[in-house]
Design a protein around this ligand. Structure first.
Ligand SMILES: [Zn+2]
Ligand SMILES: [Zn+2]
Length: 255
């Protein structure tokens, strides 16, 4: 099986550090045994399109130098309203020549002071909308939550994952099977997320176990914003081994 990191951000993205150049990513990937990386900067507003085009050209010229790892041109789409709409359509996919589309939920979509139960229901609803979007291949960082938003909306920051009913996870796994959408085993926004408590990060293993048992498909993504974070892929691979997820359940490049 190819070891792929399907979620990294370049220095051109507002979240990517200056060291996230293609050259640096290539040498780090080689050193840690990753053979495919996908550069997936955000598509959050129309203004991002020009930057994405520049990144695509960077990648194409980088590839002509025959790098030691496969570098894919992808994008991370976000929901832009409460109905799960994104800015991506087929025409834009063609215009950008995108090779991979990943999608992540970046807001809770709840009112000030909502309960964690309400957060769970809304977050799940948005996960499901991403799964049902035929343009999205991978749902990234499930249950990554924005700590600043929680403070702003006076929401209780969850110390563990017990507020998420198991039937929601089962429904997500079944949607993954039905729509053939992969679910990211996320490190920097999941297993290694510095904002999450140790218990929450621990609970993620049980969460992925349930998704596995219910037949979900998976991808591994670090969501690296700086070079050293690419090494966190080791935590995901360790968990994959522990959970004994079969190889044929993983996202693989088509070449
Ligand atoms: Zn994200
Ligand atoms: Zn990301």
């Amino acid at each position: 099986m190819r070891i792929c990191d399907t979620h990294v951000h370049s220095f051109r993205s507002f979240v990517g550090a200056d060291d996230m150049t293609l050259k640096n990513m290539e040498s780090r990937a080689k050193r840690i045994g990753v053979d495919t990386i996908a550069i997936t900067d955000h598509l959050m507003s129309e203004r991002d399109v020009d930057e994405l085009l520049t990144t695509r050209d960077d990648i194409l010229s980088f590839r002509s130098g025959k790098p030691g790892v496969n570098v894919l041109f992808g994008v991370e789409v976000c929901e832009v309203n409460h109905e799960g709409m994104t800015l991506l359509d087929e025409e834009l996919i063609r215009h950008l020549n995108l090779e991979l589309v990943i999608g992540g939920v970046h807001e809770t979509h709840v009112q000030q002071g909502a309960s964690l139960e309400e957060v769970a229901v809304m977050q799940h609803r948005h996960h499901m909308m991403m799964m049902e979007n035929p343009l999205i291949s991978i749902l990234v960082h499930p249950w990554w939550l924005d700590r600043e938003e929680f403070t702003r909306l006076s929401l209780t920051w969850p110390e563990n994952m017990s507020f998420i009913p198991e039937e929601l996870t089962v429904e997500l796994a079944h949607a993954s099977r039905r729509t053939h959408t992969f679910i990211e085993i996320s490190t920097m926004s999941g297993l290694c997320n510095r904002d999450a408590s140790a218990q929450f990060r621990n609970d993620l293993q049980r969460y992925y176990q349930l998704l596995m048992n219910e037949g979900a498909y998976f991808a591994v993504g670090t969501d690296s914003h700086q070079i050293s974070e690419m090494e966190s892929i080791a935590s995901a691979l360790e968990m994959v081994k522990k959970l004994q997820i079969p190889e044929d359940r993983f996202w693989q490049p088509s070449f």
